[in-house]
Ligand binder design. Structure first.
Ligand SMILES: C[S@@+](CC[C@H](N)C(=O)[O-])C[C@H]1O[C@@H](n2cnc3c(N)ncnc32)[C@H](O)[C@@H]1O
Length: 664
């Protein structure tokens, strides 16, 4: 953990937790050296689910996302997050693929709200909860890529403790922000004190210099930018002035209009919006201008709200270099091509500047409203729509919320991880956005009722909800120019209210003024857009059963009933850090690490077995022989016959094994 002065302490902080019962929500304190805590579970691969992509049809419009290659390198695990994370970080085949490679982690763990939800119990003591979270965060940090981020979703109950824990794990300098998600679209009047409307997303990065993907602009946001003069980019008109005359007296001066010859000043209290060089640059597109000191202290003093004696003396005006007739001819000609960035309205009596459509999207803000990213009610409706016949999952999150998180923190092809899958929202949205994903869920009932079937629907394009389609946006009708600050939604509301007001008045309905108003506020919706068409697939897996048990009273490690055959081989390989070999059937060794070869024997290791193994190694290779029973003299015989080789007695030696041959 990162060293820092301020730290949260809690009961049993130096202890570890193991699940009290497999597949249930409950933990038991143990010493961190307890073999039940130290055991690495391998993954047992079950079936692979293949999806089918639906071809495009003329019926819909398609976003660019609908053309992304659907990902098929995804992993869904039934199992406890602590054990899953151990597997992902320690089983060599998995560690190679995931350690330092995960771009985005989103977790929505049990909130510790002392309630019992329909799907799981959420009533752990703070200290159990903190220890549980700490152990998982440490492994998640190992998985996170150098340019990755982690998003921890919580409500107000534990968020303050989690912030300190995250500071401790990731370093306070890697704190990025805390996003507030306004999850409630209505108030809860049955709440005793406050109706709590928000959840929190604690965002941390692996490195302090982490950068975000900016949010894409919407058609509605873009629709206010117009291009009446055929400029290279659409623009909106901004006032030519801004507040601040008193403090920016150097930006308060006369500009001569090339249409009227009149001297124009900013209104009282205002200064020109751009620096004088930029103003001059824009004005030179209309006519030839020059800087000149005028005798206009009175006028400038009036604008600045000071006396003529106090106004800055040396501020030059921008005046025409040519006679007004020449200037006007130039200016009228300039009206026929794209206008300069500073331009005149009201027959040359007022100045405005162009604000061009920004490139590269918008910077994400830290308060996210349910109207932008969905509410709790929306997410429940999404799940109900997918599973109309099941009792609703209690705590799903809206797809649009995950869409925004995944957009900000990852790119297509990146790996997204969520180890508290629930109904599988993170994986579903990641798949729809062309990301790879890994997810796990503790409860078999949740896994088989929601997580897996939901993702099956996603890859088979049987899930039209959530972010699969985007409803067309409301934008102004083609020939409509809405006034600044009025959105298309405002205009639609205006028209609807107007219609209601004149509903019973036939004369007003026919009135030319009403018709003009309606035409000026006319809007339309863009077509619905398909973002996801199915495809890709995912590997389903579960954790291998525990092979090692421990009796603290006797201080004895024992093999469990499941520790036989392939299960034992895979477990020993995982716990000793060996990569499984899948050679021809007659290949004698089970696994390999560097030049060391592992043989696991569910039985007695004899001198004959050692001789046979030694006859199969080439010079430079060593043998690790793991066996449940070891005959006298076998250890020495192996050591003598093949230098650097050794015997691991199962189960006792597994948790004392180190790569260099010393015991731990
Ligand atoms: C708040 S829900 C997550 C909801 C999810 N974000 C969604 O949109 O559906 C937390 C989930 O974590 C699961 N869970 C709790 N403890 C777990 C653990 N130790 N390992 C894995 N999953 C766990 C619960 O069963 C529950 O499904």
């Amino acid at each position: 953990m990162a060293q820092q002065r301020l730290q949260l302490t809690w009961f049993n902080k130096d202890k570890a937790l193991i699940p009290t019962e497999t597949g249930k929500y409950g933990y038991t304190w143990v010493d961190p050296s307890d073999p039940r805590y130290c055991e690495t579970h391998a993954l047992v691969m079950d079936d692979y689910v293949h999806g089918v992509q639906t071809p495009k049809s003329d019926e819909f419009a398609y976003s660019e996302r609908a053309d992304l290659a659907p990902q098929d390198d995804n992993l869904m695990i039934l199992g406890e997050s602590g054990d899953v994370l151990e597997a992902l970080t320690r089983v060599p085949e998995l560690a190679e693929k995931y350690v330092g490679k995960v771009k985005l982690i989103y977790i929505d763990p049990p909130f510790n709200t002392a309630q019992t939800f329909a799907s799981y119990e959420d009533n752990l003591e703070h200290s159990i909860w903190l220890t549980m979270m700490r152990d998982r965060l440490l492994n998640m940090k190992r998985l996170l890529a150098a340019d990755g981020s982690i998003w921890v979703h919580l409500d107000q109950v534990e968020v303050h403790r989690m912030r300190l824990l995250l500071d401790e794990t990731f370093g306070a300098d890697c704190f990025v922000t805390e996003v507030i998600w306004g999850k409630a679209d209505t108030s809860r009047n049955d709440a005793k004190q406050f109706s709590v409307d928000q959840d929190y997303l604690c965002v941390y990065s692996k490195r302090p210099e982490w950068g975000v993907n900016r949010l894409l602009r919407t058609a509605a946001q873009d629709s206010i930018y117009k291009n009446p003069d055929g400029d290279r980019v659409p623009w909106i008109a901004k006032p030519g002035h801004a507040p601040g005359a008193a403090t920016h007296q150097g930006m308060v001066y006369a500009i001569q209009s090339p249409f009227t010859g009149e001297l124009l000043y900013p209104p009282k209290g205002g200064c020109w919006r751009l620096g004088q060089d930029a103003m001059l640059d824009g004005l030179n597109g209309w006519a030839r201008y020059e800087r000149r000191i005028l005798d206009d202290a009175q006028e400038r003093a009036f604008v600045c709200g000071v006396s003529a004696e106090d106004v800055r003396p040396d501020v030059s005006a921008l005046v025409l270099s040519d006679d007004i007739h020449v200037a006007r001819r130039h200016a009228e000609r300039a009206l026929e091509s794209p206008w300069p960035s500073v331009f005149f309205i009201n027959r040359g009596k007022r100045i405005q500047v162009k604000g061009y459509l920004p490139e590269g999207g918008t910077t994400p803000r830290t308060i996210w409203s349910f109207s932008d990213v969905g509410s709790n009610r929306n997410s429940k409706a999404e799940i109900k729509r997918l599973f109309p016949d099941s009792d609703a999952f209690s705590t799903p999150k809206p797809e649009r919320l995950l869409e925004r998180i995944i957009h900000i923190g990852s790119n297509p092809g990146d790996i997204v991880l969520d180890v508290f899958a629930g109904s599988g929202t993170t994986a579903a949205v990641a798949q729809k956005m062309g990301r790879r994903w890994v997810t796990c869920e503790l409860l078999e009932s949740t896994f088989t009722t929601f997580t897996r079937p939901r993702l099956e629907k996603v890859v088979n394009d049987e899930d039209p909800g959530g972010i699969t389609r985007t409803k067309g946006e409301r934008i102004p009708a083609d020939d409509v120019d809405l006034p600044e600050g009025v959105s298309a939604e405002d205009a639609a509301i205006f028209t609807s209210v107007l219609n209601k007001l004149i509903a019973d008045d036939p004369a007003l309905k026919k009135s030319a003024d009403v018709k003009t108003l309606k035409a000026a506020a006319k809007t339309r919706r863009t077509k619905d857009v398909v973002n996801w068409r199915g495809g890709g697939g995912f590997q389903v897996a579960h954790l291998s059963p525990a092979c090692f048990d421990y009796d603290p009273d006797l201080d004895r490690v024992m093999l469990t009933a499941e520790a036989t055959g392939e299960t034992l081989v895979e477990s020993v390989a995982a716990n000793l850090g060996f990569r499984l070999l899948h050679p021809d059937d007659d290949y004698i060794f089970d696994a390999q690490r560097g030049n060391s070869l592992l043989k696991v024997i569910d039985g007695v290791a004899t001198i004959e077995i050692v001789d046979s193994l030694v006859s199969h190694v080439t010079p430079g290779e060593t043998i690790v022989l793991a066996a449940t029973s070891v005959m006298d003299g076998v250890r020495e015989h192996l050591r003598r016959s093949c230098r650097g080789s050794r015997v691991v007695a199962l189960p006792d030696d597994v948790f004392h094994y180190t790569e260099d041959g010393e015991t731990r």
